[in-house]
Design a binder for this molecule. Structure first.
Ligand code: SF4
Ligand code: FES
Length: 238
């Protein structure tokens, strides 16, 4: 028999070993997240999924559920912190939603809408990052990378290729391509790779398909990201 804990007063059943995020998703409760993907071990980097348990903050994607836990998630205080983290992600990269071909399918944009983010609030960094168009099928726009690590995990764990890696430290952390030239074309990356499908934002883009699905008819144009089941693995590059 499964045990239970509560999220915002709602009783959630869980199996031993499940995280708070897994149990919440299973129960149809949305906890904002960007670096969590159900197919991979959580890396706990974005902190968007932070909840309060008995007054202490914790990332729900790495926190094991325990019987009797009292979890707060959808509160004004926690959502204000999530909004601030989202604003920081927007200013650290170059995210220009009206001209981005991932608009409507982008989890960062959809999360910002969910959290009621009305402006970036902070000064933009405007980093200068080159686009890699060397690969015949894929374009990489590093300007939108939020360093979630999902492409790194997918390439290493599913594709067995190690095409991507994170390099540097702190504010200098950036995504690199594991090739002497640093170019995607000089790797064995393929459109069929899992790593080509997991980016929550508009970095890894399939060529010759941009805007095939019109703005207004895309995943998060149809329903908000908080609708149960609309998690990372369901997003495809239309
Ligand atoms: S390219 Fe996309 S999947 Fe890879 S680390 Fe950046 S945001 Fe995450
Ligand atoms: S989703 Fe939990 S830290 Fe990113």
């Amino acid at each position: 028999m499964s045990q239970t804990f509560t999220i915002d007063g709602r009783v959630i059943p869980f199996e031993v070993g499940q995280t708070v995020m897994q149990a919440a998703s299973q129960a149809g409760i949305y906890i904002p997240h960007l670096c969590y993907h159900p197919a991979f071990k959580p890396n706990g980097s974005c902190k968007l999924c932070t909840v309060k348990v008995n007054g202490r903050q914790s990332a729900s994607c790495t926190l094991r559920a325990q019987s009797g836990m009292v979890v707060e998630s959808d509160t004004e205080e926690i959502n204000a912190e999530r909004r601030m983290l989202t604003q920081m992600l927007f200013v650290e990269g170059n995210h220009f939603c009206p001209s981005c071909e991932k608009s409507g399918n982008c989890q960062l944009q959809a999360t910002a809408y969910h959290l009621g983010m009305m402006s970036p609030h902070f000064d933009h960094f405007f980093p200068d990052r080159a686009v890699d168009a060397s690969h015949p099928d894929i374009l990489l726009d590093f300007n939108r990378c939020i360093l979630c690590s999902l492409c790194v995990q997918a390439s290493r764990e599913v594709d067995k290729k190690q095409v991507f890696a994170l390099s540097g430290r702190g504010i200098g952390t950036h995504l690199i391509i594991n090739a002497r030239s640093g170019r995607l074309a000089d790797t064995d990356f393929s459109l069929a790779d899992k790593a080509a499908q997991v980016c929550p934002v508009g970095v890894i883009l399939k060529k010759r398909t941009g805007f095939a699905v019109p703005i207004g008819q895309r995943t998060y144009d149809q329903q908000p990201i908080s609708v149960p089941g609309k998690v990372a693995e369901e997003i495809r590059h239309d």
